[in-house]
Design a protein around this ligand. Sequence first.
Ligand SMILES: [Zn+2]
Length: 265
Amino acid sequence: MTDSTRRSPSDPEAQGRAGQPGNAPGQIEGPLTVLVVAAHPDDPEFGAGGTSALWAKQGREVFQLVCTNGEKGSSDPEMTSDRLVELREEEQKCAAATLGVKKVYFLRLPDGEISPDLTLRRGIVKAIRMVRPEIVITHDPTNVYGDNNLTHPDHRAVGHATLDAIYPTARDRLNFPEHEKAGLLPHKVREVLLWGAKEPNFWVDIAETFDTKIAALRCHTTQIPDTEQMEKRMRERAEQLARERPADDTRPLLAEAFRRITLLR
Ligand SMILES: [Zn+2]
């Protein structure tokens, strides 16, 4: 990077041992640009709302890309998909503004019907080449099921397509050459953070922005009828993730956890 005030996320002095659980919570230095890529409205807040708010507060530019409008996400017999598209886009804009996100982009692909194909990858590559983030945060596509749950196929599709978009597609100029013709140059992402990971190796202390995360989630009124219960569940989850971090004297009380991949070149 030509700007000497910027430190590469892979700079050992800035990072400690990159990718190791000994890193202090949230320890990614520098005025970085961050892109959060998610399948549905509300996923960016559930997965990385505290981290997004924290980093925005610290002066980083945080962007969101939401791939579908979640227009299947209602059991209300009066609701239609067309109405839900509009409502959920507004809810996402409300949540993004609450977190301090600079801009939210929508791909508007069909909810429940996406796969990690070239249509999805093209849209994500375009966003990466526009936003030019050092860090991309998205779903962990390798987490298919837990003891009591299955992951949504759209989440896996977006996770897979985002990894494929980062490497090698966005980096190599001859992929989707229409982007270059439109003035969007190739871009190398430096770090990937995956939420929902079975084996996290990076924890962000979100105690300072937990309330902001909850406030952003409250924007999703079509999805979260019982906000008290949601807050209780989110607090328990953040406490549990904090406890799972390998113990040291900087253990956070509330955390978001990620699988962190540092792309060395
Ligand atoms: Zn979702």
